[in-house]
Design a protein around this ligand. Structure first.
Ligand SMILES: Cc1cc2nc3c(=O)[nH]c(=O)nc-3n(C[C@H](O)[C@H](O)[C@H](O)COP(=O)(O)O)c2cc1C
Length: 374
């Protein structure tokens, strides 16, 4: 439904993965190599999906992942996601590159918010986001570490003749979506990156120029020293989003971080990288008793969530699953997506004979043995 309701350049921004999309495909395929081993004749009539996340109870171990540029799918898209998350009682991640100023969410919707952070070349911009997120009462800061070099999403790039400049074919395609045009583009044009725009030079504030300017904000010079600095600056929960090994998770723990987000960015950046699910057991064994382990990339079904929880995750983030709902039906669509995931999770727990997440573990799973090395 989302695909039918927006021009293809917008949908492919959601859908695309890096290069040959091997990482992205493996994120999904890996779930199919894990099967449930149900326990039978277990009373699951009183079952529930509640967990405690950073000391607060949530109805589901689910978090909305931070995604940038959401305003190209729907007007006020970040607020729609925020309201749906608040209604479901789950935290919502807001991207630094959102089309909504971060102050608006806590003020207008209530709920739990996690601010996603990039460390840009202009460190003052980063400090500004941290200070404002603190003043607005964000519960957590999630530092994204896997995007210092932009991913090459070829499907996405095919729509542009130059950064920010759609090809004629894609412009004509957009014109065939009048509802989208009136909702998103009229009267203000492409939505602005409200959190960071004040820091752009005047000539880059026009959206077309901003698209060219954004990649220049990233330089791959950030290191664990920046994490230590951030730990000093930020008083509440700090998570590193971009971890894919037990070694790096231990480093985060040793620097006083409160959590890690295992992710390959939904397969949107580096191709041919491990899928977070395959490293989850080792990360959980290394740091699961002292940090919150969140995982994302490829989660589409309740059964995926149950598998991750059985392998030691404390919560799951969804990016595209929420955006499909948003594109299909705005706030109601996001609510529907969250409802589907919750309902499926509940049903799977019942079907495998597990009344709650605290009774779940790897004993409920079986995996194909890896192919023998040649
Ligand atoms: C359209 C889109 C935009 C994204 N923008 C950001 C972003 O601005 N910052 C960030 O840390 N991650 C971003 N991500 C990555 C998500 O936070 C998350 O890691 C990923 O979507 C998880 O994979 P999934 O889409 O398969 O659920 C984006 C993902 C998508 C699909």
């Amino acid at each position: 439904m989302a695909e039918k309701r927006m021009p293809s350049f917008a949908f492919e921004f959601i859908e695309g993965g890096g290069e040959d999309e091997v990482s992205m495909a493996r994120n999904r395929d890996y779930f199919n190599t894990i099967r449930f081993v149900p326990q039978t004749l277990v009373d699951t009539s009183q079952r529930h999906t509640r967990v405690t996340l950073f000391g607060q109870e949530t109805p589901m171990p689910l978090v909305i992942a931070p995604t940038g540029h959401n305003g190209i799918y729907r007007r006020d898209a970040d607020m729609m996601l925020a309201r749906a998350a608040a209604a479901a009682g789950i935290p919502m991640g807001l991207s630094t590159l959102s089309n909504t100023r971060l102050e608006r969410l806590p003020r207008e919707t209530g709920g739990r918010f996690w601010m996603q952070l990039y460390i840009f070349k202009d460190r003052e911009l980063t400090r500004d986001i941290v200070r404002r997120a603190d003043e607005s009462g964000y519960e957590a800061l999630t530092l994204t570490t896997d995007s210092t070099v932009y991913g090459m999403r070829e499907w996405d790039r095919r729509h542009f003749r130059a950064p920010g400049q759609l090809k004629l074919r894609s412009k004509l395609d957009a014109l065939t979506y009048p509802r989208w045009m009136f909702d998103v583009m009229i009267p203000h044009g492409v939505p602005k990156l409200e959190n960071v725009i004040d820091f752009f030079p005047p000539e880059a504030r026009d959206t077309r120029m901003a698209t060219t300017f954004i990649p220049t904000l990233f330089i791959p010079d950030i290191t664990w020293d920046n994490v230590a600095e951030l730990r000093e600056m930020w008083p509440r929960k700090l998570l590193i989003k971009g971890i894919l090994s037990a070694e790096d998770a231990r480093k985060a723990a040793n620097l006083g971080c409160d959590g890690v987000i295992l992710t390959n960015h939904g397969g949107r950046h580096a191709d041919h990288v491990v899928t977070p699910m395959e490293v989850l057991p080792e990360v959980s064994a290394a740091v699961g008793d002292r940090m919150t382990v969140v995982i994302d990339s490829g989660f589409r079904r309740g059964s995926d969530i149950v598998k991750a929880m059985a392998l030691g995750a404390h919560a799951v983030m969804v990016g595209r699953a929420a955006l499909y709902g948003l594109g299909a039906g705005g706030e109601a669509g996001v609510r529907r997506a969250i409802h589907l995931l919750s309902e499926e999770t509940d049903r799977v727990l019942a079907q495998i004979g597990c009344p709650s997440f605290d009774r779940l573990g790897p004993q409920f799973l079986r995996r194909d043995a890896p192919a023998p090395a040649r």
